[in-house]
Design a protein around this ligand. Structure first.
Ligand code: NG1
Ligand code: ZN
Length: 533
């Protein structure tokens, strides 16, 4: 019996909508949820082959559309160390998702087996989960059919955050290694991150209740479990927008994307000066902080502010540890506020590089650094310690109690950070730890630098595929001549900067602009958008 003998029969239960072309984009497949049945079924088939190509290591499949509308859904594959799927496999995903017939699905599987030299006798293992979206159960069933068609050893992790699934995958694949990542359960996740937090804050509770906007998504129940595991009185939180049961609420007028894009609090939340607020997105891999000053002015602490806070703290610890050749670096995208980039270069004097949008791109750049902090401005990011940094920490011989303490803290920070992917809950614990250790309020954290006024517009065009970019997406190479127009507009504004790129997750082109004043920034953004349209 051929390994694929059941595939066509199962595939027939999940026919591809004839009029849709799917693309594995920045964050996997993402579109209207109910149109994704065939795609998710086929993603299950590919996850099986990917696992076999990795000698039976566990591959993850996450069904989510993150911060996007509740009617949308998506699916992405997670590689063995919890990182995003290797880029060279993305085109296989796109090809199989667009196969016109069940037989063609089988042909593409056979082609991949041949091309990758896959040993089909290896037992495939897949771990999967989903968020709270209404189309989730339908898509989960399609995925389970894909896994059944290839007789995969499958583990359902239920309704969890995207970073939790990434964490489980890494735990499963390191379970028998010399450095297991943790226990692949929700309780194991809460224990690992909660205990690292408690060790680092040394018995100090949060200075005041942390208000968390959970976007009416999966982060709501999960952060409550985390807080319970940490225990009272150390982690006093108030979770808002936690209604995952009522249809139509997910990400609507709340959540990290709403707060960052609109630069205002979630609807219905009145900020009290002196209180601390943060927002997760719908699958809890992004986080932003914010507060109101005494004059009632809203202040956002976005991914750039988080990465500068974290990089400063790590740099100071490395110095205190007396490890001279351990370099902390920062990875940003073109969306990073110009003030943050200047602050990292000129004040912190840390190396910084730009990567293309999408955390997989930032992750790869951060891997090249000893300790690499990477964050998208929207609040998605984490910190990586590369093997040479780990070796240096291991080899470090403290010459004073202060050095021993700093080395110890660096080790414990590694346990607090979800290195597999950006994680709102782990990042929240990291920020809270640093603020407690420094004795800082959000206002003190915010004082490091002042953001330039900035603006992000979405322009719907007939064909976004004609927009091609270079230089970490900061320059257009196509359509011809458009970059020159952008350059001439930018030149008219003090501290002006603007770029245009096609979205990888939505059928639109994004225009970013920043300038010395709010009115200049808005004028620049609308002028560039006008040139794009
Ligand atoms: P696109 O749609 O390619 O701009 C958006 C975000 C990315 C990333 C992905 C994945 C912005 C401007 N873009 O990508 O940063 O988070 O979604 O979710 O925030
Ligand atoms: Zn997300």
């Amino acid at each position: 019996m051929s390994a694929f003998s059941q595939v066509a029969e199962y595939s027939a239960k999940h026919p591809k909508p004839a009029d849709i072309t799917f693309e594995y984009g920045t964050a996997g497949f993402r579109t209207i949820g109910v149109t994704l049945e065939s795609t998710v079924f086929r993603a299950g088939l590919l996850a099986a082959l990917r696992s076999q190509s990795k000698q039976g290591q566990v591959i993850g499949v996450m069904i989510t559309a993150s911060h996007n509308h509740e009617r949308d859904n998506g699916v992405k594959l997670v590689d063995p160390m919890g990182e995003m799927l290797q880029q060279s496999w993305e085109s296989y995903c796109t090809d199989i998702a667009n196969a016109g017939s069940d037989d063609q699905v089988v042909d593409i599987l056979s082609y991949i087996v041949e091309k990758e030299g896959i040993d089909l006798s290896v037992r495939a293992k897949v771990a999967y989960a989903r968020d709270t979206r209404p189309s989730g159960p339908l898509l989960q069933k399609a995925l389970e059919d894909g896994l059944a068609a290839l007789d995969v050893d499958a583990a359902n992790f239920g309704i969890v955050t995207t970073p939790q699934l990434h964490y489980f995958v890494r735990c499963l694949n390191t379970a028998n290694s010399t450095s297991p990542y943790g226990e692949p359960t929700e309780a194991g996740y809460n224990k690992k991150y909660g205990q690292a937090f408690l060790r680092l804050v040394e018995g100090k509770p949060l200075p005041s209740t942390l208000h968390i906007d959970a976007a009416n998504g999966v982060g709501a129940p999960q952060v409550l479990k985390l807080a319970e595991a940490i225990g009272s009185p150390y982690f006093n939180i108030d979770v808002q927008n936690s209604d995952t049961a009522t249809l139509g609420k997910l990400n609507i007028d709340c959540g990290a994307d709403h707060v960052k894009s609109n630069q205002r609090p979630p609807a219905g939340t009145t900020l009290v000066p002196g209180e601390r607020y943060c927002s997760f997105d719908g699958d809890a891999d992004r986080i932003v902080y914010y507060y109101s000053d005494d004059n009632g002015v809203f202040h956002l602490l976005d991914g750039d502010k988080i990465s500068t806070l974290v990089a400063t703290y790590l740099r100071d610890l490395v110095t205190a540890a007396g490890i001279s050749d351990l370099q902390v670096g920062v990875v940003q995208t073109a969306y990073a506020n110009g003030s943050s980039t200047s602050y990292i270069k000129d004040t912190l004097r840390l190396p910084t590089v730009f990567a293309k949008t999408g955390v997989k791109n930032l992750h790869h750049e951060a891997e090249k650094m000893s300790i690499g902090a990477y964050f998208e401005a929207n609040g998605h990011g984490t910190v990586l310690f590369n093997p040479s940094a780990v070796a240096k920490l291991q080899a470090a011989r403290p010459e004073s109690p202060a050095q021993a303490d700093a080395i110890n803290r660096l080790w414990t920070l590694r346990d607090l950070i979800n290195e597999s992917v950006g994680d709102a809950m782990s990042d929240m614990l990291l920020v809270e730890t640093i603020l407690i250790c420094k004795g800082w309020t959000l206002e003190q954290w915010d004082a490091a630098y002042t953001d330039l006024p900035n603006c992000l517009l979405k322009v719907v065009v007939n064909d976004r595929s004609i927009f091609k970019t270079t230089d970490a997406e900061q320059q257009l190479t196509s359509p011809p001549g458009l970059q020159n127009v952008v350059n001439s507009l930018v030149a008219k504004f003090s501290k002006g900067r603007s770029f245009v790129r096609p979205s990888g997750t939505e059928d639109a082109v994004r225009v970013y602009a920043e300038a010395a004043s709010r009115s200049e920034c808005d004028q620049l953004a609308y002028a560039v958008a006008g040139a794009v349209f």
